[in-house]
Ligand binder design. Structure first.
Ligand code: SF4
Length: 333
């Protein structure tokens, strides 16, 4: 099966250039340099049609940056993104336009991502009109249908975003994405800003839409418990790198990477059997000055001398998962 989306060796560096005073100070011999953040470091990931992949890690691990590169709204420093097996950088103009519609992104803060001066009718209807998915005569019906699909009352389409609740605003954001008939959605902390009682409703909406429109998702979250019930597969990131990737059940049953185990310790469970992991200690290090070797070594309870010197390769374990750790096959005990 050709993956719908494939990231190959994706990296992203952000360079903070020196300001005028900094350049002068540098010329005068002060030991200051441009600061480089390696937000994403050589990440490869393939997602098959219909799959839901959860991308999980702490804030600052690079998961949103990776999602934005996959969605085509942030250029990568190195590597490539393939849609249906074709490198998006090698597509011609019309192919690139089709790719931009096929892959849509849903953001964490629906209020910040919706234009406060536009009515819902414009927010949802603008892109389909521009891209010829409907014409002026059909736009009202088109918007009504889209609002119904995401559980909004079309009678409210003349309202502005601030006149809706948080959950409704996220539905508007989902409607805006859905209106251009995408096949792949990158959902970046799409329920994190919502009340707990509303989160489940919006998650259910995502799952209904997946079935109805055969959508594929990359679901980005800092919270493993959010993706547990919706993801077929989970990818764990730490400081710009993938540290473990496995089917959801396998990851929860038998996590191999010490960081995955630490994340699982944070997940409240009725089944106490699965709570015997050590909670994570300390803060995620600054990506400006990441630890040598395995980035996780300052926080890892199993750290060995080799961990500080060599980057562990992401390799297959037990034919069932990818793990990046120097501990022997069989995992951390
Ligand atoms: Fe811990 Fe070493 Fe594995 Fe990194 S490579 S997670 S420091 S045991």
């Amino acid at each position: 099966m050709t993956p719908i989306i494939e990231a190959k060796g994706l990296s992203k560096k952000f360079v903070k250039r020196l300001d005028f005073a900094g350049k002068i100070a540098q010329r005068l011999g002060a030991g200051i340099h441009e600061e480089v953040v390696h937000a994403v470091d050589d990440v490869s990931l393939a997602i098959n049609p219909g799959e839901v992949v959860g991308l999980v890690g702490e804030s600052g691990c690079g998961k949103s940056t990776l999602g934005r590169m996959i969605a085509g709204i942030l250029p990568q420093t190195a590597g490539s993104v393939l849609l249906d097996g074709k490198d998006t950088a090698e597509m011609n103009g019309s192919e690139q336009k089709a790719a931009a519609l096929a892959v849509q992104m849903i953001f964490q803060d629906p209020f910040a991502s919706l234009n406060p001066r536009m009515r819902v009718e414009q927010i949802i209807g603008e892109a389909p009109l521009v891209h010829g998915l409907t014409d002026r005569a059909g736009i009202k019906d088109y918007v009504d249908e889209t609002m119904l699909k995401v559980g909004l009352d079309p009678a409210l389409k003349q309202r502005y975003p601030h006149q809706f609740s948080g959950g409704q605003r996220q539905r508007i954001g989902i409607g805006r994405a859905l209106a251009v008939k995408p096949r792949f959605l990158v959902c970046d902390e799409a329920i994190a800003a919502l009340d707990v009682s509303i989160q489940a409703q919006v998650l259910n909406l995502f799952m209904d839409l997946r079935e109805q429109f055969e959508l594929t998702y990359l679901f980005i979250s800092h919270d493993l418990s959010v993706v547990e019930h919706i993801a077929d597969r989970i990818v764990i990131m730490y400081l710009g790198r993938v540290v473990e990737a496995a089917r959801t059940e396998a990851l929860f049953e038998d996590p191999q990477h010490p960081y995955t185990r630490a994340l699982l310790a944070e997940v409240p469970r009725l089944d106490q059997r699965k709570r015997d992991f050590t909670p994570i200690v300390g803060e995620i290090p600054s990506p400006l000055n990441p630890p040598t070797g395995c980035h996780f070594h300052p926080r890892c309870p199993h750290v060995m001398p080799v961990c500080k010197a060599e980057v562990p390769m992401l390799s297959e374990r037990n034919n069932s998962r990818l793990v990046s750790c120097h501990l022997d096959e069989g995992g951390a005990d």
